[in-house]
Design a binder for this molecule. Sequence first.
Ligand code: PLP
Length: 354
Amino acid sequence: MIARMDIRITKAERSKLQDINFENLPFGKYFTDHMLEADFENGEWKNVEIKPYQPLLLYPSVVALHYGQAIFEGIKAYKNQNGEAFIFRPQENFKRFNISAERMQMPTIPEEIFMGGMKQLVALDKSWIPQRHEYSLYIRPLMFASDEVIGVKPSENYKFVIMLSPTGPYYHAPMRIYVEEKYVRAVEGGVGYAKTAGNYAAAMYATAQAKKQGYDQVLWTDAFEHKYVHECGTMNVFFIIGDNALTPDLESGTILDGVTRASVITLLKDMGYKVEERPVSIDEIIDAYKSGARLEIFGAGTAATISSIKELKYKDFVMHFDVEKWKAAPAIKTAITGIREGLREDKYNWMWKI
Ligand SMILES: *Cc1c(COP(=O)(O)O)cnc(C)c1O
């Protein structure tokens, strides 16, 4: 049980819920009526409060804006067939948030604020969780350095925020992917395993270059040989080859330890696949492609759940896949969605009741 925090709650005078068109819900554009805010000052977390969603007042000198001491999480809440609200595996995000905090020399956050606060906030804005197939409420916790001083050193003050955004089906058409050989996302000893702001800024240029050439995303490779695959954009990547499933292991610290990744591994094993977590080279994928083996490649992450890859370009070699004939990727997507929406048994207790 999580200790219950005393959280000051100021309710919005009027709900914006009626103003939102749920038929047209771009990802991350609309926010619910309330947000949570807390401050880290003099070595402790204080001022935990839930209040109407509103701007933050900041001086231009705050450390996060200059040196990027900022981390975040992405989590989703769902309603089951009876309209009861649940959050998908938030304990994993809580752990990861504190791992990111440690790497960025930021304070960790106690469970009663992250988990307890999130629960109270989602409960208050429960009517914003759509009870519709493939809809959810996206939960975005964020922490940033708030010292007002332009000096390169870890901040002494931090702000923690949780905001909520209703989201519709993320119909990702099967993707065309460019295997990146020039730019890198992460390197051993770096911060690839942390969900920190700078990782996303650093990835934008390469992604824009790939988009100019008609690709949807890049498949990142290792910094030394550009031979071992890391991640697909901001998703973990899976390769189904025959009855085996491969995904890069987490040993080198270059890969974000995705909650969707962990869930996909569990479900693939349940479905009888032999799952190997180890370095995966692009050559091995090309060999499998040339041999005519059954091959499915997909990205896994909270935003889109599962995104199939229909084309993979490496140097001058282009691999095409007939995603319509795939079995594993759609089965995994159906299984996860089913658990989240209460259509399938939640045998691993992934759903946390609000
Ligand atoms: C968030 C993220 C993922 C996916 O993690 P989930 O917990 O499954 O949402 C994968 N890669 C990167 C770089 C990410 O930021």
